[in-house]
Design a protein around this ligand. Structure first.
Ligand code: NAD
Length: 252
């Protein structure tokens, strides 16, 4: 066992309040590409273009163009959680992890069985009617099967909006996510380049008063220097499985 993994196991075993922050990198092994990786959409299409379209003002003023783009690039294929998601759910069930704060919108932590998940950017499998008096919720199949490009509410005819945070919108559960991160005794960041704010800002804030942070990521992140351990891997599922086995479940 490498020194980093041994340390990670020891810290996890001792910590009374471990919080995990996840980003797109935890879902690549499930088959959903990240945005800023080698073939990510940001590199292919350009960040400015994406920020201009996946934007609340653009959605309101030009829903047709918004949905043309959104349907092509943002509607994920139906996939199952990866081993990494299942291992995190197991760590929570066994009492080693208190909660997961995720930037992901793929709902895979919840599907894997994690109970205390805060998806700060929402859930791409859900769509909500924008009519204030209605706000009926639909699943993504309804939208995939709807005939036109723009999906409409079957009750009131209002335009549906993906239940995800668009540029220009406030994240969900801002205070709760921040409190949990700042209140952690041990913070483990998995699969995030730590460039997306405000979540990256909460992690940065945490790291200003403690080094009890472990980063598991393929490639560099913005806060590698602030972590006590950085594990550079793209095989996160295998790594977490190894950690789970080392913890000899039930020992806490
Ligand atoms: P990011 O794209 O900025 O960074 C992902 C990081 O994960 C990269 O550094 C990449 O090298 C690393 N990575 C890729 N595969 C990995 C693996 N198997 N193991 C470990 N690390 C791996 O992601 P982000 O910081 O989460 O921000 C992207 C934004 O886009 C977020 O706002 C998120 O909502 C959204 N997004 C979500 C999904 C999803 O829900 N699955 C997918 C793409 C983007």
């Amino acid at each position: 066992m490498s020194r980093e993994i041994e340390l990670t196991v020891n810290m996890l075993a001792k910590s009374k309040n471990t919080v995990v922050v996840t980003g797109a990198g935890i879902s690549t092994e499930a088959g959903i590409p990240d945005f800023r990786g080698e073939n990510g959409i940001y590199r292919r299409l350009g960040e400015n273009r994406i920020m201009g379209i996946i934007n609340i003002d653009f959605f309101r003023s030009n829903p047709l163009e918004f949905y043309n783009f959104y349907r092509e690039h943002f509607m994920f294929p139906a996939v199952e959680p990866s081993k990494a998601h299942y291992m995190l759910a197991r760590l929570e069930a066994e009492g080693f992890v208190k909660s997961i704060i995720t930037q992901n919108i793929d709902n895979l932590h919840q599907k894997a069985g994690s109970k205390k998940v805060i998806p700060v950017h929402g859930n791409s499998e859900r769509f909500i009617c924008t009519a204030r008096h209605c706000q009926k919720s639909y699943d993504s199949n309804y939208v995939k099967n709807s005939t036109g490009i723009i999906p409409y509410c079957s009750d009131c005819g209002g335009i549906l909006k993906p239940d995800v945070i668009l540029f220009g919108e406030q994240i969900y559960n801002y205070m709760d996510a921040r409190d949990r991160i700042l209140g952690a005794r041990l913070l483990i960041v998995i699969g995030s380049s730590l460039t997306v704010y405000p979540l990256a800002g909460f992690v940065k804030e945490f790291s200003t008063f403690t080094q009890d942070m472990i980063i598991i990521n393929k490639g560099r992140t913005q806060l590698d220097h602030a972590a006590i351990i950085k594990i550079n891997t793209g095989h996160t599922g295998d790594l977490l499985e190894h950690i789970v086995n080392c913890l000899q479940m039930g020992g806490k």
